[in-house]
Design a protein around this ligand. Structure first.
Ligand SMILES: Nc1nc2c(ncn2[C@@H]2O[C@H](COP(=O)(O)OP(=O)(O)OP(=O)(O)O)[C@@H](O)[C@H]2O)c(=O)[nH]1
Ligand SMILES: [Mg+2]
Length: 713
């Protein structure tokens, strides 16, 4: 039976959840027969459509799904269907020419970079999808950068060749200008726009047309272009292959096999990047793309071994099905129905269903139940996964993304995944009474499936803060909480944890006196109030002669501490104040601890108001990575944010690092601002550095807002 896919298979509340029905039986594949490719690229270039066309071409679905109808295998989550963009990575295994190509589709939108990192880790090479109309876009550069950092061999797929203004040559020229000479077309398009009908494989000098890639004559007018492209391809391939180079220089005939061997070497060395052409929507060029992945791209067995830590040392793990077991967890998803689903790549050995494995990161035994191959939202049970293959297992107890599963006898851990620190913070509050209790646990589960989403409680403001990569990321997380766990929340800008202190010295006296029939209340407290910069709060008992009896002094201190919690200016905590109790008076009958506490509290409140109180704000340290060409705009924006720039240095990725500090109040939405200034090229991290006095004109605003707030509520 052929499996039906997301858009038309699901309904009701199970929509979007993983589906454990088994699909048509998938063969078991040996390591050499596997290809793991991650699709990368700017948003909307057609990655999901390409994955769908590949699946359709390989017979994995009976109808070509469309992103716009929400009917693709890859974008199966309801929020992906609604927004018509990918939000999480998806696995699309395609059985092709006796091989299994595990396609990992990733989101192009920058907020979901965590999924891209996970996808890259599971893959052996990448295919960067480029729009034939727009050419190189920001997302193309970002994809290149991520792949480069991971030393991932890569190819390009120039997609949307059927569109008006599609221009393959121009796209390739842009790629070469940006990424160098190693960019070499392996396929040339036949025609373009309305007349785009197929591709010519320049290594073979053969043409393939239509959605089936039927063999055809190379159009006569393409001969020169094909010859030139072939030359360029061989030159690029010869960069890493001396035999090929000398043959080429001596003008000898070069076979297709020799080109393939050269391409493989060149890709592994990061010297060659073959370019494919096609239209995912029309399913043209896709079958030749799959052929190319099988013929020219590395199997897991051809990849360099991975270094793992073992007891006290290191070892190299090859993709060898009979080697020691090591499976790397690159993603975890929290499904309200199926439970936790752990995605893993078998790096070495063979992972078998119904066995015990050892999680060396947590030092814990895990029982594996059923093992499956994942296709979009469906899972098909398999008895085993060989080294190099990718699959999933449900309901593991302790394992999280980044862990390695092995055996207790042979314990290894692979390098963990490193995710960027999310720079965008929002405060989250439950919408209704029913949401109060459910909010915490569901936040926890949402964060568990996304390492770029962090949740914490701000100890100063008491707010629950979600940190994500950007506004969309956090919005999607909130929608997911509602859909998956039925919890509704409100999101708003976090409060700035202002503080107060004093800058002057005063003596303050407060007499608490009440005469209400019977017992009255009486206490007098005299304190000195002075700044204690950097020294925190200090209470000094300087009472002489028992003017305040010993047993009441702790009560005075308690009152003072209470007043410190809520400053006189804007109800913010006071810091760095030294209070010296030097005098006071009791009444033999009417004094009490209560009375002294009150007097202590009010003595400080009144004193602080006279001691030149000021408002303090948190200042954050920022490390901003931007392209050289954006530094001017970023600096002038920082100027408007009361920031101080400490320096600019080049980083190791060809960017400029700007070191600066700025008040938190000015950079609450910096993730959004920086993105718009740099069109998404810039990234930054920030962390708390120190408190600083708020300039007078700004302090006035904060104070009057705080007083309004207090009066209103
Ligand atoms: N004309 C034309 N349209 C295409 C082609 N490929 C994709 N599209 C359309 O382009 C839009 C975006 O396609 P997707 O497949 O969602 O692109 P994506 O790269 O997966 O996008 P993200 O997941 O958001 O990064 C959809 O409307 C597709 O139907 C193509 O080859 N030709
Ligand atoms: Mg997509």
């Amino acid at each position: 039976m052929i499996l039906t896919h997301a858009g038309n298979a699901s309904s009701g509340e199970r929509e979007g959840s993983h589906n454990q029905e088994s699909a048509r039986g998938m063969k078991e594949y040996k390591t050499e027969q596997i290809r793991n490719v991650v699709l990368l690229g700017h948003g909307g270039t057609g990655k999901t459509s390409l994955a769908e066309a590949a699946l359709f071409s390989s017979g994995g679905v009976s109808r070509l799904g469309k992103v716009d109808d929400g009917s693709t295998t890859s974008d199966f989550e309801p929020d992906e269907v609604k927004r018509k963009i990918s939000l999480s990575l998806a696995l699309i295994p395609c059985e092709w020419a006796g091989h299994k190509i595990n396609i990992i589709d990733t989101p192009g939108y920058a907020d979901f970079v965590g999924e891209v990192k996970s996808g890259i880790r599971a893959a052996d090479f990448g295919a960067i999808v480029v729009d034939a109309v727009s050419g190189v876009q920001v997302g193309t550069e970002m994809a290149w950068m991520h792949a480069e950092r991971a030393k991932l061999p890569r190819v390009f797929f120039v997609n949307r060749m059927d569109r008006e203004n599609a221009n393959f040559e121009q796209a390739v020229a842009q790629l070469q200008a940006k990424f160098g000479k190693g960019i070499a077309p392996l396929m040339l398009p036949i025609g373009s726009q309305d007349s785009f009908t197929g591709v010519v494989n320049v290594a073979e000098n053969k043409a393939y047309t239509g959605d089936k890639g039927a063999a055809a004559e190379v159009p006569g007018d393409m001969a020169a272009a094909v010859a030139a492209a072939r030359e360029q391809l061989i030159e690029a391939a010869a960069e890493a292959d001396d035999d090929l180079l000398s043959k080429y220089l001596e003008g000898e005939e070069i076979s297709e096999e020799e080109i393939t061997a050269g391409l493989k070497k060149g890709m592994a060395a990061g010297l060659v990047y073959p370019v494919f052409a096609g239209s995912a929507a029309k399913n043209i060029g896709v079958s030749k793309f799959l052929d190319g992945l099988v013929a020219d791209c590395p199997s897991p067995a051809e990849m360099a071994p991975q270094t793992a830590k073992n007891n006290g040392g290191e070892e190299e793990l090859k993709a060898d099905a009979s080697g020691p077991l090591a499976a790397f967890v690159f993603k975890t998803s929290a499904d309200p129905f199926v439970g936790r689903l752990t995605y893993l790549r078998v790096v070495s050995g063979t992972l078998k269903a119904d066995t015990h494995v050892w999680n060396a990161n947590r030092n814990a035994d895990e029982r594996l139940g059923q093992l499956s191959v994942v296709k979009g939202k469906t899972q098909e049970h398999v008895p085993a996964l060989a080294a190099g293959d990718i699959g999933a297992v449900a309901k593991l107890g302790q394992t999280v993304t980044g862990d390695t599963l092995c055996t207790k006898e042979h314990q290894v851990t692979l390098a963990e995944l490193v995710f960027p620190r999310p720079p965008f913070n929002v405060a989250v509050t439950p919408k209704g009474k029913a949401d109060v209790e459910k909010m915490g646990p569901s936040l926890h589960r949402i964060a568990e499936e996304d390492p770029t989403l962090l949740v914490h409680r701000d100890e100063y403001t008491g707010e629950t803060i979600i940190s994500g990569m950007g506004e969309t990321h956090v919005d999607v997380a909130a929608e997911r909480m509602k859909r998956k766990f039925g919890v509704e929340v409100d999101l708003h800008a976090p409060r700035v944890p202002y503080r107060e202190t004093i800058t002057g010295y005063v003596e303050s006296e407060y007499i608490h006196k009440k005469q209400t029939g019977g017992h009255g209340q009486y206490a007098r407290v005299n304190i000195k109030v002075e700044p204690n910069k950097g020294g925190g709060f200090q209470f000094v008992d300087a009472v002489v002669g028992g003017s305040v009896p010993r047993n009441y002094i702790p009560a005075v201190e308690k009152g003072v501490v209470e007043a410190m919690h809520e400053g006189a200016l804007a109800h913010c905590p006071m810091v760095d104040v030294k209070v010296t109790l030097f005098d006071g008076k009791e009444h033999p009958v009417d004094s009490s601890e209560m009375a002294f506490k009150l007097a202590g509290s009010l003595a400080l409140k009144q004193g602080a108001l006279k001691a030149n109180p000021v408002l303090l704000e948190p200042v954050y340290e920022l490390k901003i990575h931007v392209p050289e060409s954006n530094t001017g705009d970023v600096m002038s924006d920082l100027n408007g944010k009361r920031a101080k720039v400490h320096g600019m240095t080049p980083d190791d990725g060809g960017m400029t690092v700007i070191d600066a500090e700025a008040p938190l109040a000015e950079v609450l939405r910096y993730a959004t601002d920086l993105r718009s200034i740099t069109q998404g090229r810039g990234t930054f991290e920030m962390q708390f550095h120190h408190y600083e006095e708020v300039p007078q004109h700004i302090a006035q605003k904060v104070i009057s807002e705080a007083q309004k707030g207090a009066a209103g509520g």
